[in-house]
Design a protein around this ligand. Sequence first.
Ligand code: GDP
Ligand code: MG
Length: 353
Amino acid sequence: MALFSRKKKDAKAEASQPEPAPQPESVDDPVNGEEVQKKGMLKRLTKAISRTRMVLNRRVLGVVGLGKKIDDDILENLEEAMIEADFGVETSDFLMDVLRGAWKGGKIETTNDILPFLRTDLKKRLTHRGNDLKFAPKSPTVILVVGVNGAGKTTSVAKLAWYLEKSGHHTVLAAADTYRAAAVEQLKTWSERIGCEIVTGADKADPASVAHKGAERALEIGADVLLVDTAGRLHTQKNLMDELRKIRNACAAKKIEGAPHETILVLDSTTGQNAVNQAMMFKEAVEVTGLFLSKLDGTAKGGAVLSINEKVEVPVKFVGLGEQLEDMQPFNADNFVEALFDLESLAESKDTE
Ligand code: GDP
Ligand code: MG
């Protein structure tokens, strides 16, 4: 009988609940200072994108750094490596055109020249739109977070709130994914861990009304930032896309000029080229001002960052590197490119082969 009297797990318990509050790394350590913090960030990123690097370097290793004269075979090998690391066919083609041009023009001659050339070129491409979060001239800055189901929106909202609070920006959350009670609970739990205020609506409340309430509350308490979490939606769901526009308007609450100041699209990096397509479609429906690439850890498709950057033409502003609050970074193109072509680990993997 006991077997049959076991209660069904309730929906709340099944919701993905965050782990205990993380202990932040020594980012505030006044002794070690900024330099250590920078190195720590590079190390974390390097670790998180190790699978992408492995895929890329397995082939690149046989190509670059050997001081050979560049020829067509070498370039072809490199192109295959890029495609395998999910740079995307178009982006790989494009980069190869750039490399071939540089080779024919005499700017690069041997394989030793390839990486330095690529590094500089990629860094330029990834930074020219500006990767910083834009704050409103007058608080509060309103950040709307959108994306498909499971992309990592709620987790990314929590990470952003934690990051903003840590950098001295008093933050309020609005739980405008009112379709599932579990989604509100998930964000509530995060807000308790972060120690920031959260505005919620009644079950199945109009998401726009929650966003509006959030805006009112942010104004009332003089918050610096309002972060609005939304339900997952697809570009094909016309009613949901219309709803998103309604939420956008509600964010402004008439009194907050220019809100939302950022509309951040969260893309799951593990979906590689699919993320590119998603982004293109969202962009058609709403004005997306920045990308948060979640789940960059544990994917071999990190090269997609590049094709997303090239095709979507919206700057990457943040990357997600795990499930905890501290597992995110503002996107730093220098670090990303260095981590992607980390020569030290390249040499190490050669030694151990
Ligand atoms: P939402 O439906 O878009 O709100 O997605 P959630 O925030 O609920 O996240 C879906 C799943 O992805 C959860 O299990 C998260 O823990 C996980 N997740 C989110 N961001 C990351 C990340 O950067 N890395 C990893 N490994 N998992 C993540
Ligand atoms: Mg969610």
